[in-house]
Structure formats: C-alpha cells, structure tokens
Design a protein around this ligand. Structure first.
Ligand SMILES: *Cc1c(COP(=O)(O)O)cnc(C)c1O
Length: 223
C-alpha cells in the first residue's frame, strides 16, 4: 500500500472516532513512526505532508536526520540512554518517553532551547517495563522544576497489544484522569495539556479517550 492510501484511511478513521465523541479532528497530531523503515520510505511519508516522525533509537534518528530534509520534526519515543542525549538533543523537538531524571538533567545541560517532554507512564506493568508508576508521577514532576529547559507538555503511555478493548480503554482513561489532575495544578514547568497515546492497533480508542498525539508505525508506513 502507498503511504498516501494508508494515511487517507487513517484520516477517515480519525474523523469517525472524533465524530463519536464530538472532538475536532484538528486536535489530533499524527506522529509517523519510522523506526522500522528506510530513509526512502520516511521521505515518502514527508511527501504526504506528515512531518512529525517518531524514532526510538539514537543512531537511527541521527542517520535519518542527516538524510531527510529539514521539514522533518523528530520525536524521540524510545528509551534514551543518558550518554546518547548529546547525539540527539539538538535534532529533536520532543521526547515522549521521559521516565528518568538523569535524562532530564543531561538534556538541560546540553539543549540549546527549552524542550517539550511527555512523561511515560506505565499502566500495564504486566506487559511493559518502561515508564513511571502512576503514584510516582507527582514527585517526578516536582523534581523536574529545577531544570529550566525541561517543559512537561503531556503524558504518554502504551496500552497492551491485546484484543480486549475494555482493558485498552481503561489504560487510556487512567492516563487522561492523571493528565487532568496535573494540568489543573497549573505548574509553570508542566502545563501538561497533551496525551500521547494510541498506536496502529488502538488509535481510534485512544482518540475517543482524549489522545492529542497518536504514534503510528505499521498501519501508516508498514513494518
Ligand atoms: C513502535 C512504536 C509505536 C508504533 O507502533 P505501531 O504499532 O507500529 O503503530 C508507537 N509508540 C512507540 C513508543 C513505539 O515504540
């Protein structure tokens, strides 16, 4: 399938999901996850007008950054080791997977500007090992206030890759509830307005539950 065909199908599904819950489809940002695909395929994605790209490995990101045109905006979505921060920090616009202070500290000392972060929350501990537990998030955010280049724009999670729609939905609902609580504190360093949730197999459910950033790999660019 061409990426454009995939994108048009996805946009149709986004519109349907938004309609169900009375949301404006323009609130939904598509991040094309290019971690599985070649530079040529990533270029094809840029040609369709999707400029937000998600990568989960530093080396791969640096390689794509050097070959793709400057309209590409990179989001780091994987586990970032502190020692690799310097390689990517000034090539990315955001990190969706912050769960360690050491990474925030490194970014703070090496970034040329304020960076947007999503804190990764683990609401499916039997499936994933990364991300903070729900009861660790408040304290983590308090610690981050010392880093002036770190701005928490939202929360991120991954739902388990299962068929049980109820369980997936419950994960997204929990993330939205936590986001609301943090947003309502109106912290300067943590406006926390956004929800990065929803992947190829569950983005429609995520949108119904309030996702603002969906991260699509296989369904959009193939795997
Ligand atoms: C790989 C990956 C995605 C995309 O997964 P698909 O199921 O292919 O859409 C999204 N988010 C994260 C954090 C990933 O690692």
């Amino acid at each position: 399938m061409s990426i454009l065909t995939n994108l048009n199908n996805i946009k149709e599904n986004i519109n349907k999901a938004c309609k169900k819950v009375n949301r404006n489809p323009e609130e939904i940002n598509i991040i094309g996850v290019t971690k599985y695909v070649s530079i040529e395929r990533a270029q094809e994605l840029l040609n369709t007008g999707v400029f937000d790209l998600g990568e989960n490995r530093a080396e791969e990101l640096v390689d794509k950054y050097s070959h793709l045109n400057s309209r590409a905006k990179f989001h780091f979505i994987g586990t970032l080791q502190s020692r690799k921060v310097k390689d990517v920090v000034n090539k990315i616009i955001s990190i969706h997977s912050l769960d360690r202070l050491s990474v925030a500290k490194q970014i703070n000392s090496r970034s040329e500007e304020i960076k947007d972060f999503f804190i990764q929350v683990n609401l499916s501990e039997e499936y994933y090992k990364h991300g903070l537990k729900i009861n660790e998030v408040d304290e983590f955010i308090n610690h981050l206030s010392q880093y002036e280049k770190v701005r928490i724009v939202g929360l991120m999670t991954m739902a388990p890759h299962i068929d049980d729609e109820k369980e997936i939905r419950s994960v997204f609902k929990q993330l939205a509830t936590l986001r609301n609580a943090i947003r309502d504190k109106k912290l300067d360093h943590a406006p926390c307005e956004y929800l990065s949730m929803g992947m190829s197999n569950d983005y429609e459910i995520a949108i119904e539950e309030g996702a603002t950033h969906i991260r699509l790999g296989s369904e959009l660019v193939g795997s």
